[in-house]
Design a protein around this ligand. Structure first.
Ligand SMILES: NC(=O)NCCC[C@H](N)C(=O)O
Length: 292
């Protein structure tokens, strides 16, 4: 099956590229990878298994990349090295130097699956998938920050423009610095086409105004849980519109989404997501999202 296509963020998750963590993660030097004090490789692998079973249970087909000990601990965050469009995959170029080899793994997986490659971002351009959010199928919003630069955004816009896609870009704050991970998806998680979970204080102001103009209803992520989770309380994965998977331990954020009509499933991820700075969306690269 070669099905692909995804120019939206919350339609039914039908096919997804994921990498099971193994030796590369369990042997990772936490200081080198900027992993926090709750990092525990073996526990992270167990927590990942629970997460993967939730994705499987949602009905999505998983295309697996395996961790064969290549040392790429962050490669489990498959959201970032490529972007899927209705016209094929865009192979991105990483802003975090330790992650530079990862896009080649995605390219090989897509070729094996018979999914066409639409194009590539090349140096000095950088774009990471976590900085890209489809507002609608013709509008991609990109966060310019430590991981995604102006040259990368220009390349991406040129690649997508012939397909009728407009790229809008906004500056992200530095927040915890160049070594930490702050993507556009760190401050906004789409829940359905008209609803998003946001941490407004870190949203680019003009992007916040655009969301209001487009009539996107915003659920505010409670600040205390956002800070306590290193921002991961906000990173939630829709498997269907208004049906999401999130990290456990943040009841106020969960309740806020439920009050907005969402069904929320949680899993424990202190050693995996909180420590490694990436949540459920970051652990998945949607290959096909299909409207219900
Ligand atoms: N899309 C995301 O926010 N991905 C999280 C990636 C975390 C990883 N440790 C990184 O620093 O790139």
């Amino acid at each position: 099956m070669t099905a692909y296509g995804s120019q939206e963020m919350s339609a039914n998750l039908t096919r997804v590229l994921m990498r099971r963590p193994g030796a590369s993660l369990t042997s990772a030097d936490h200081a080198k990878w900027h992993y926090g004090p709750t990092f525990d490789g073996e526990k992270a692998v167990r927590q990942y298994q629970v997460f993967a079973s939730l994705v499987e249970k949602s009905g999505a087909e998983i295309l697996w990349l395996e961790d064969n000990g290549d040392g790429l601990a962050d490669a489990m965050f498959t959201h970032d090295p490529s972007l899927m469009t209705d016209h094929g995959a865009v192979i991105l170029n990483m802003g975090k130097p330790l992650r530079v080899p990862e896009p080649a793994l995605h390219e090989a997986a897509y070729k094996k699956a018979g999914i066409p490659i639409l194009g590539r971002i090349t140096s000095p351009g950088t774009v990471e998938g976590g900085d890209c959010i489809w507002l609608d199928a013709e509008t991609l919003v990109v966060g310019r920050g430590v991981r995604t630069n102006e040259e990368g955004i220009t390349q991406l816009a040129e690649l997508l423009q012939p397909h009728g896609i407009t790229v809008l870009s906004y500056d992200l704050p530095l927040w915890h610095g160049e070594d930490a991970c702050l993507h556009l998806m760190s401050v906004m998680s789409p829940l359905s086409s008209g609803l998003a979970l946001v941490f407004a204080p870190l949203l680019p102001a003009a992007f916040y105004q655009l969301l209001k103009e487009w009539g996107v209803a915003m659920v505010e992520a409670p600040a205390d849980e956002f800070h306590a989770s290193n921002g991961l309380s906000l990173n939630v994965l829709p498997v269907r519109p208004n049906e999401v998977i999130m990290v456990s331990g943040f009841p106020k954020t969960k309740a806020a989404m439920e009050a907005a009509g969402c069904t929320v499933t949680t899993f424990d991820a202190d050693a995996l997501c909180i420590a490694c700075e990436g949540g459920p969306t970051c652990l998945t690269r949607p290959v096909l999202r299909r409207a219900p």
